[in-house]
Design a protein around this ligand. Structure first.
Ligand code: AMP
Ligand code: MG
Length: 422
C-alpha cells in the first residue's frame, strides 16, 4: 500500500497557482497577491487634524489667552482663509490643517468647551490650564506618516485579509493583482443517490457528499462548481467530467473508485491516465489522482475520493485542502506540518494495519472544548463508533482528526497522538 506522505506529495504536485488577474477588492478576500503592490496615495494623503478642536500655532497658546476664531473647517473641506498668527481656526477630525498652523488645541482644553462645538463657531476661544503642554505637532497627523506615495506596500505572496483590502483602498487601489479564486468542479457518482430532501426508493440514499464537498470547498475560500451525476454509467460520468473541465481549476469526484463491480470513476478514467491506488490510511484507502485535458488542451488536476462520507471528509482534509492551497499560491506545506502534537484524554482500540484518522473533539487542560489552546491539546474520540467511514451523523461533533500510527492497536489515556485541527 502507498505511504500517505507519498500520496500527499503526488497530489499536491498536480496543481499550479491559478492565473494572475486584477480582481476588484470586493472579490479579493483570501486571495494571494501575484505581484508587489505600491502605494498610489500617501496615508494620510494630506496633513490633518487628529482631534475636534482648533488649528493654532503652538507658540500662540498660553492658558487664559484669547484667540479669535476666523474660520471653520469640516472634514472633506479645506480652510478658505490663509492661517494668520495669533488666530485660531475651528477644525474637525480628519480636516486638512491650514498652512501655517502647527498644532491642534483640542476642544476639551478650551473654556466653555460645549459652546465651542455648536453649529456656529465661537467668536473667540480661551485655552484652559490643560493646554499648557501644547507643542508643535500636537494632534497633527502628517501626510505620509503611515506610508509615502510610491512606497512598496504589500509583497507578492501576501494573502489578503479584510485589513489588507482596507489598506489597499486607502492606498488608492480599486483592484488587486491576485491569483484568481480557484474554481473546483465537484461530481458525486452513484445510482443510489437522490437529491437531498427527496423521498427514498428502495436502496436509495441522499447525496450528502456533494453537499459536504461544496461547503468544504467554499469554506476554503474557493468557488464550488457542482455537477449532479447520480448515475454509474461511464457515458453520463464522462459527459459530466467534460462539462465541468472547461470552467474549473480542479475536479474532485466521490465514489466509484474501490473494488466494486460498478466503480464508474475508475472504469471511466483509468484509461485516460488517472492513477488509482490504495493508500495506507483508514478511512480513505482507495484514491485516484491525475490530470485531465480540457477542450483546449489545458491540464486540470483531478482527485477521485472514495464514496463513504467520512472518507470524503478525511480525504479532503488531507489532500483536497492542500491542493487548493497550492492553487491559491499559498506557501507549500509538508504533510507533517498538517499535524500538531496532542494527548489522548480517553483511550480507544482499533484494528492495526493502516494509519487511522479518528474524528475527535479537542479540549484544553480543563476539558473545555477548544482548537486554539497551547500545545498539547487533549483528544477524545467524537463517537463511540470509531472512524467507521459511513458514520456521517456523528462527524459534525469533531473538531479535529487524531492520527494513530499503523501498528498501534490500543491508544491509552495519556498517550501522545498527532491531530489535524479543523
Ligand atoms: P462507492 O465507493 O461508490 O462504492 O461508495 C461507497 C459508499 O459510499 C456506498 O455506501 C455509497 O452509497 C456511499 N456514497 C457514495 N456516494 C455518496 C454520496 N454522494 N453521498 C452519500 N453517500 C455516498
Ligand atoms: Mg458508487
Amino acid at each position: 500500500m502507498k505511504e500517505i506522505s507519498q500520496h500527499y506529495a503526488d497530489v499536491v504536485a498536480l496543481a499550479e497557482p491559478t492565473r494572475i488577474a486584477n480582481v476588484p477588492l470586493d472579490e479579493a478576500r483570501g486571495l494571494v497577491l501575484g505581484a508587489d503592490v505600491a502605494a498610489r496615495f500617501a496615508i494620510p494623503p494630506f496633513t490633518n487634524s487628529a482631534m475636534d478642536g482648533f488649528a493654532v500655532r503652538a507658540g500662540d497658546v498660553t492658558p487664559g489667552c484669547e484667540l479669535p476664531v476666523v474660520a471653520d473647517i469640516a472634514a472633506g473641506n479645506h480652510s478658505e482663509r490663509p492661517f494668520a498668527p495669533g488666530t485660531a481656526q475651528r477644525i474637525m477630525t480628519g480636516a486638512p490643517l491650514p498652512e501655517g498652523a502647527d498644532a491642534i488645541l483640542q476642544v476639551e482644553f478650551t473654556r466653555d468647551a460645549a459652546h465651542n462645538m455648536l453649529t456656529e463657531p465661537p467668536a473667540t476661544i480661551v485655552p484652559t490650564e490643560a493646554a499648557a503642554g501644547l507643542t508643535r505637532g500636537t494632534h497633527v497627523r502628517t501626510a505620509g506618516e503611515d506610508i509615502e506615495a510610491g512606497a512598496p506596500a504589500f509583497a507578492k505572496g501576501t494573502r489578503l485579509t479584510p485589513a489588507h483590502l482596507a489598506a489597499l483602498a486607502a492606498l488608492g487601489h480599486a483592484e488587486a493583482p491576485v491569483h484568481e479564486r480557484p474554481r473546483v468542479g465537484i461530481i458525486a457518482t452513484g445510482d443510489e443517490l437522490v437529491a437531498p430532501g427527496e423521498e427514498l426508493a428502495a436502496g436509495h440514499i441522499p447525496d450528502s457528499n456533494s453537499v459536504l464537498l461544496r461547503h468544504l470547498v467554499a469554506e476554503a475560500g474557493a468557488t464550488p462548481v457542482p455537477f449532479t451525476c447520480h448515475s454509474d454509467t461511464v457515458e453520463s460520468f464522462l459527459k459530466g467530467i467534460r462539462e465541468l473541465l472547461d470552467g474549473v481549476d480542479m475536479i474532485v469526484t466521490s465514489g466509484g473508485v474501490s473494488a466494486g463491480a460498478f466503480d464508474v470513476v475508475k472504469a471511466a478514467l483509468a484509461s485516460l491516465g488517472v492513477e488509482f491506488t490504495k493508500v495506507a490510511m483508514q478511512p480513505g484507502k482507495p484514491q485516484g489522482y491525475g490530470r485531465l485535458a480540457d477542450s483546449t488542451g489545458r491540464s486540470v488536476p483531478i482527485i477521485c475520493l472514495p464514496g463513504n462520507p467520512v472518507s470524503v471528509f478525511v480525504s479532503w482534509k488531507l489532500f483536497g485542502d492542500p491542493i487548493l492551497a497550492h492553487l491559491f499560491a499559498l506557501p507549500e506545506r509538508s504533510y507533517e506540518s498538517l499535524f500538531r502534537p496532542a494527548i489522548a484524554a480517553a483511550g480507544w482500540s482499533r484494528k492495526p494495519g493502516r494509519t487511522q484518522f479518528l474524528p475527535c473533539v479537542l479540549n484544553d487542560d480543563d476539558g473545555v472544548p477548544t482548537t486554539t489552546a497551547p500545545t498539547p491539546l487533549r483528544v477524545v474520540p467524537a463517537t463511540a463508533g470509531g472512524s467507521m467511514s459511513h458514520l456521517i451523523a456523528a462527524l459534525p461533533l469533531a473538531t479535529g482528526l487524531a492520527r494513530v500510527p499503523a501498528d498501534v492497536a490500543e491508544v491509552h489515556v495519556g498517550d501522545p497522538v498527532d491531530v489535524l485541527v479543523f
